[in-house]
Design a protein around this ligand. Structure first.
Ligand code: FAD
Length: 375
């Protein structure tokens, strides 16, 4: 009897975690390798659109997430100086009814923890930094920084923007610095003086913005993330500390509600916004990419992780349809069914136009990766 196809996933980020959870649930023989020794609840929020909640439903964590996160009634876009409403996109009950699931904002660490809880611990290997991958034709050899060596039949690169798998397929090339940074701060809502806030609001000007939302269902923690032009990024750093002074300078003259947020958020970090042009291939032989390893983008649509999670679901769907031993057919089907949508989201994110003015987001939020007709 032929043994099962051994699947190795590199990286337990949001894409890799979704892939491990869904593939294990589908009865595939999967192992997840992560370089970190554990994950922490770092200071960041994340939007989880209905398109992602449908994947969380399959992973069995939809209800827990619905309890964990905030349920914004609307996405507001406002003028950064005057607070004038530029768009008001219905979410809340409207999202459940029209897009098939909730629209949440949540702490990224809480989302990640729930996703990891949906994976049996015995299929996860921590402190495993992949250093070298060799597709021998009949199997793939994985060499890790701790000196260990593993073998798999197919390997999925969920290892983020500086992916070792992408490098193996296409050669070493740093991502592109967009010239923009994102400042991030999470803090207790009670620290904000004199202003109540929309549940989810993006404040805009011509060249910068600030996105603000709650990250808990109790609305006791709030988060902002910016997009601001900045000096060229030192690629040896993944983030650097920032400060309230830097924020005051970047948003001088903005509406008092924005100033109140800046005064309340005393710990600020600064992250580069990096991207790559669409890749000429997503797989070769026994190796395949997903998420930021494949299509990193500016976070301006709040759909970067969403695309990683959708990739994971589509790859699972394709492997189940063809059988994991027919991985070449599965990889081709996966790319054919993902590249157009991921490319569209990458482009809209790059242009930073999403929901700035009134528009219909149904093509993005209404998508169901498990039901979409396959090309
Ligand atoms: P990652 O999350 O980067 O995970 C990669 C994993 O691989 C990590 O755990 C890493 O430790 C591991 N790894 C890397 N190399 C190796 C190796 N050699 N061996 C073993 N393990 C390895 N997206 C949204 O959907 N909504 C948002 O609101 C949002 N906000 C954002 C705000 C900012 C400021 C930024 C910068 C991004 C934001 N994004 C958002 C984008 C989102 O964070 C990414 O698109 C998403 O994290 C990609 O997931 P991933 O699993 O592909 O990669």
């Amino acid at each position: 009897m032929q043994s099962k196809t051994r699947i190795a996933i590199i990286g337990a980020g949001l894409g890799g975690a979704a892939a491990a959870s869904l593939m294990h649930q589908a009865g595939l023989d999967v192992r997840l390798y992560e370089r970190a020794s554990h994950f922490e609840r770092i200071g960041a929020g994340i939007h989880v659109g209905p398109n992602v909640m449908k994947v969380m439903r399959r992973m069995g964590i939809e209800d827990a997430l619905n309890r964990q996160g905030a349920h914004p009634d609307y996405w507001y876009s406002r003028d950064g100086m005057t607070a004038e409403i530029m768009s008001q996109i219905p979410l809340g009950d409207f999202a459940v009814k029209h897009y098939g699931a909730s629209y949440l904002t949540v702490h990224r660490g809480d989302l990640h923890a729930l996703m990891m809880q949906s994976i049996p611990s015995e299929i996860v290997s921590w402190s495993k930094q992949l250093e070298q991958v060799e597709d021998r034709g009949d199997a793939v050899v994985l060499r890790f920084a701790d000196g260990s060596v593993e073998e798999a039949d197919i390997v999925i690169g969920g290892d983020g923007i500086n992916s070792k798998l992408r490098e193996t397929l296409l050669g070493a090339e740093p991502p592109k610095d967009t010239g923009y940074v994102g400042h991030r701060s999470v803090f207790p809502t009670s620290r904000i003086k004199n202003f109540s806030h929309d549940m989810c609001c993006k404040w805009w000007s011509g060249d910068r913005h600030m996105m603000v939302y709650f990250v808990t269902g109790r609305q006791d923690e709030i988060y902002y993330v910016t997009g601001v032009p900045d000096a060229p990024w030192d690629m040896s750093r993944s983030w650097v500390p920032s400060s309230q002074e830097e924020m005051r300078e970047a948003f001088a003259g903005w509406h008092p509600a924005v100033q109140a947020l800046i005064e309340a958020g005393d710990t600020v970090t600064k992250w580069p916004l990096l991207e790559r042009d669409p890749l000429p291939l997503w797989s070769r032989g026994r190796l395949v990419l997903l998420g930021d390893a494949c299509h990193p983008m500016k976070p301006h649509m709040a759909q970067g992780a969403a695309m990683a999670i959708e990739d994971a679901a589509m790859l699972t769907r394709c492997l189940c349809l063809t059988g994991a031993d027919q991985y070449s057919a599965a990889f081709a089907m996966y790319e054919a069914n993902r590249s157009e949508r991921a490319g569209r989201v990458q482009l809209v994110s790059h242009n930073n136009t999403w929901l700035r003015t009134q528009e219909d987001p149904a093509w993005c939020f209404g998508y169901d990766v498990f039901e979409a007709a396959l090309v």
